[in-house]
Design a protein around this ligand. Structure first.
Ligand SMILES: C[S@@+](CC[C@H](N)C(=O)[O-])C[C@H]1O[C@@H](n2cnc3c(N)ncnc32)[C@H](O)[C@@H]1O
Length: 270
């Protein structure tokens, strides 16, 4: 791997981060892909994290097979635990980097990445690699949030600071937090000529979803890899992070609190 592909994952895998990944399902995170899945297909899920989506995909393509990829063994152990918990046998976990996937050409019917390309150093190279391991006529699918497009109410100043700090930290790690709007251009640059671009939104506005999102970020901004990075690099003080944490709690408690996250999606024919 050369330097261009080296990056670090901004959020890390603290419990408060995993809580946000564990509500994900194939239905709420990959609905644009689902009509293209059929029993018997082989799927590669890149950057599977705790593998909630991965295991859903495995259940849909059984008796086909899902291979899930993560950078480290620690991250893979989360996925393995999820597959055991749900008793889904047709999934295996392999460590590999999306910039240099350890699979032969034309191996999979579907190659999928959810919320991954925003974190990698070279998303165009990553998409080329995803295409290389996808069989001709197969599908490369990616979905990413676009942080610059997040909107919320009430407009608490500490939450504006949260977004500015997140943007700085993600870019310092070599990522692109406004990935959603760029997926189509990355796919074109990667050489795809049959691309279906779409968008979709997550919205948190009920007492239950506000409590989950606001409570998760109230903890995450104080305890995750992101908070350590912000303080250690001098981008923020612990006092500011505590203000942001309190603002997330205030937002979650506001009966009119509302937040929307836009996502870009691409379905590319290999
Ligand atoms: C935001 S998480 C998404 C996890 C999962 N896809 C989901 O949506 O629940 C991004 C994941 O991508 C992994 N990742 C980051 N860079 C990667 C790379 N170069 N190759 C493979 N995985 C990577 C991270 O370790 C992290 O678990």
């Amino acid at each position: 791997m050369n330097d261009r592909s080296a990056t670090s994952y901004t959020h890390g895998h603290h419990e408060s981060v995993l809580r946000s990944h564990r509500v994900r399902t194939a239905e709420n995170s990959a609905s644009y892909l689902l009509p293209h899945l059929k029993p018997g297909m082989t799927v590669l899920d890149v950057g599977c994290g705790p593998a909630r989506i991965t295991v859903d995909l495995a259940a849909r393509v059984a008796p086909g097979w899902v291979t899930a990829v993560e950078l480290t063994d620690d991250a893979l152990s989360l996925g393995r635990a999820e597959a055991r918990r749900r008793n889904v046998p047709n999934v295996s976990f392999v460590s590999s980097d999306v910039h240099a996937l350890d699979f032969p050409d034309d191996t999979f019917d579907v190659v999928h990445a959810h919320q991954v390309l925003q974190h990698v150093a070279d998303p165009v190279r990553a998409l080329r690699e995803m295409r290389r391991v996808c069989a001709p006529g197969g599908v490369v699918a990616a979905r990413d949030a676009d942080y610059g497009g997040f909107i919320w109410f009430p407009r608490l100043p500490a939450l504006d600071l949260w977004l500015r700090l997140y943007d700085r930290a993600a870019r310092a790690n070599g990522g692109e937090p406004d990935a959603g709007r760029r997926l189509l251009s990355w796919a074109i640059a990667a050489g795809f000529d049959d691309i279906t671009p779409t968008g979709s939104m997550w919205c948190f506005a009920t007492a239950e979803t506000r409590d989950w999102w606001g409570g998760m970020w109230a903890e995450r901004i104080l305890q995750s890899a992101l908070s350590r990075q912000l303080v250690d690099s001098g981008m923020a003080t612990m006092v500011e992070l505590k203000e942001i944490s309190a603002a997330w709690q205030a937002w979650a408690a506001a009966p009119d609190g509302w937040l929307a996250m836009p996502h870009g999606e691409i379905l590319c024919r290999a």
